[in-house]
Design a protein around this ligand. Structure first.
Ligand code: GTP
Ligand code: MG
Length: 364
């Protein structure tokens, strides 16, 4: 049983890895405004140094980030675009974005982040022109004001006032500013909301700054799987071994691990998680919780099996989902805050933490 859960989990993770589609994000803005610093922070990457970028045009380089499920199209500022005039530069960028629209989904530009440095820069007519043209292609575009640690709130507001009908986000990569990174989490939320479901999950997984967005997406995954479990309802007790239920729960856990980027494809936490074998822990606790739940429902032996098993199955699936999600959230938070010793302690006590959470999250 333990092994089969682990096997199913691995199988489900493989399936997700094979079917997921990576969103393509186009990064626009002048040279030195902080595009690379920001994307490195969001995706915990080092795109400038990886050397994996492939030039796709004179102006645009494509980066596949290692251990990440997004693709970045980084552009040079018009200042570096060679002999081109600004108008020519804009025309080339628009042509690139426009041409992508007639390609297959994997090759389209799905989002544009338009960076404007808040300090010492103005919003120019060329900025407005390029933003307007991208919008007319129906590609979601957000203006990102960078280096907001260097200016007053009032100064950024004045800049933002010059942008009409386009969402604006004020950000900084300076850790010392509060609230941390300013609107960066909102930029992530906006981006997630503007991606098709099949692209969204890869984006939410890859970003490392907005854990609430991960949790939100995981909650809807849990609801879907809980509904499936309720539908399995006719499996007689004890049903924890029932293959359909097991597959459904393994699929759910795999998707949760994926969204939190704890799915074991080369991320920094996979080794730690592997050592406690979350899969076997979950299947053991699933059985344990079923036992606990049955004790709480005295009528279980007397009512005809079907309906009770459906709701108990749903309850166990939901408890399992929320428990795994909360644990992944905590571990991710430790990782983001660089609190490795706390994370190690937490993982050492994972068995008892998980069982307690299963009890707390049980809705019966
Ligand atoms: N104060 C401050 N400096 C920043 C911030 N973000 C980036 N920088 C600095 O700005 C400089 C340029 O940052 P990059 O991320 O290389 O900018 P870029 O837009 O990728 O530049 P190019 O790729 O060369 O066009 C670096 O020295 C960064 O350290 C910020 O939020 N605040
Ligand atoms: Mg750069």
């Amino acid at each position: 049983m333990e092994n089969s859960f682990q096997e199913k989990l691995d199988e489900e993770l493989r399936k997700i890895g094979q079917t997921v589609k990576k969103p393509n994000i186009l990064l626009l803005g002048g040279t030195g405004v902080g595009k690379s610093s920001l994307t490195n922070l969001i995706f915990r990457a080092d795109i400038a140094k990886t050397g994996t970028g492939k030039p796709v045009t004179q102006e645009i380089t494509r980066y596949e980030i290692e251990n990440s499920a997004v693709v970045l199209y980084d552009s040079v500022g018009y200042e570096l675009s060679g002999e081109n005039s600004k108008d020519e530069f804009i025309a080339k960028i628009v042509e690139f974005a426009s041409a992508s629209k007639s390609k297959k989904v994997d090759e389209q530009i799905h989002l544009v982040w338009y960076h404007i440095q808040a300090s010492g820069h103005r919003v120019t007519e060329w900025d407005i022109n390029l933003i307007t043209k991208i919008k007319s292609l129906n590609i979601p575009i957000a203006v990102v004001f960078t280096k907001c640690d260097l200016v007053t709130e009032q100064e950024v507001k004045e800049l933002a006032n010059e942008i009409k009908n386009t969402p604006c986000f004020e950000v900084t990569t300076n850790e010392k500013v509060t609230p941390k990174y300013l609107d960066l989490e909102k930029l992530i939320e906006w981006s997630s909301n503007n991606l098709e479901p099949v692209l969204k999950i890869a984006f939410v997984k890859s970003q490392k700054v907005n854990l609430e967005e991960k949790k939100k997406n995981v909650n809807s995954i849990i609801l879907q799987h809980t509904a499936v479990s309720a539908g399995v309802g006719f499996t007689p007790i004890p049903f924890a071994d029932a293959p359909i239920l097991l597959a459904n729960q393994a699929g759910m856990v795999a998707r949760i691990l994926y969204v939190y980027d704890l799915d074991g494809y080369g991320n920094l936490l996979s080794t730690l998680l592997k050592t406690v074998s979350l899969g076997s822990l979950i299947s053991t606790s699933g059985k344990w919780l079923v036992g606990e739940l049955l004790k709480l429902i005295p009528v279980v032996g007397t009512i005809g099996g079907g309906m009770i098993t459906g709701s108990v199955a749903a309850a166990v699936t939901a408890a399992m989902g929320y428990s795994v999600s909360e644990i992944c959230f905590t571990i991710s938070k430790f990782a983001i805050d660089g609190e490795e010793s706390k994370m190690e302690d937490y993982i050492k006590n994972l068995t008892s933490i998980f069982k307690q959470k299963m009890k707390d999250n049980s809705i019966i």
